[in-house]
Design a protein. Structure first.
Length: 229
């Protein structure tokens, strides 16, 4: 069991009043201390990870160690993250082979999660984080890893210095509207209401940690707001 490699929970930016967020109350005080955040698109799918251990073995897991992964997606992950490719990427110095190197991402497409078919008719994967032993890589290094492993990353939307207060504010971050994954990749014809992006994940760049040693980051979804249309 390697549950220490499970991806950390990301808090919502605001506190909640029942199902909806209360935009008057920031969930954590450190969120307001950051002057600028880098935003990436939050994709609706399955949280996945592929870990290379120092014995050369690869383990592919879901959000938790016992999470089930659809067979189509698991076989694709096996093809993308082979021991040979992962070792070439992470074992740069043979004298300093890391005990673990873990790639985190979202498996998405039809059959991955209810509603994930808005993205595409088959399974795919986009990387959003990389952990080498206890060190999180920054965005530039994540993109470098993705390039070496021949996979995509979640899109960077931009940077913000003020917090979204409504679903409209959130949707406006995706201008032009076709810039998000669902609109880019979908292989069938629907109207724009069908192609709503799920939301955003905000991180600091460079990485900043709070007093507990956790990265300062938060998420926000269109469906967090009332009304969200």
């Amino acid at each position: 069991m390697h549950n220490e490699l499970e991806y950390p929970k990301i808090d919502t930016l605001y506190n909640r009043k029942g199902k909806w967020v209360d935009t008057n109350v920031i969930r954590r005080p450190e969120f307001s201390m950051i002057k600028e955040y880098e935003l990436t698109e939050k994709i609706h799918g399955r949280n996945l990870r592929a870990t290379l251990f120092d014995d050369g073995e690869i383990e592919i897991e879901g959000r938790h160690d016992d999470s089930e992964i659809p067979s189509e997606l698991f076989h694709l992950m096996e093809q993308w993250f082979t021991p040979e490719k992962m070792q070439k990427c992470f074992w740069i110095d043979p004298e300093k082979i890391p005990k673990t190197a873990t790639v985190y991402g979202e498996g998405y497409g039809a059959g991955m999660q209810p509603g994930s078919g808005i993205y595409r008719n088959n399974a795919s994967f986009r990387m959003f984080d990389v952990l080498v032993e206890k060190w999180w890589l920054d965005r530039a290094d994540i993109e470098d890893v993705a390039k070496k492993l021949n996979t995509k990353t979640v899109p960077v939307i931009g940077r913000i210095s003020t917090f979204p207060k409504s679903a409209s504010d959130l949707k406006n971050l995706f201008q032009p509207f076709g810039s998000h994954v669902a609109k880019q990749e979908a292989s069938f014809d629907e109207d724009d209401r069908y192609y709503q992006p799920e939301g955003i994940v905000a991180k600091t760049d460079p990485i900043i940690f709070n007093k507990k040693g956790e990265r300062i980051m938060w998420k926000l979804k269109l469906l967090d707001f009332k009304p969200w249309k």
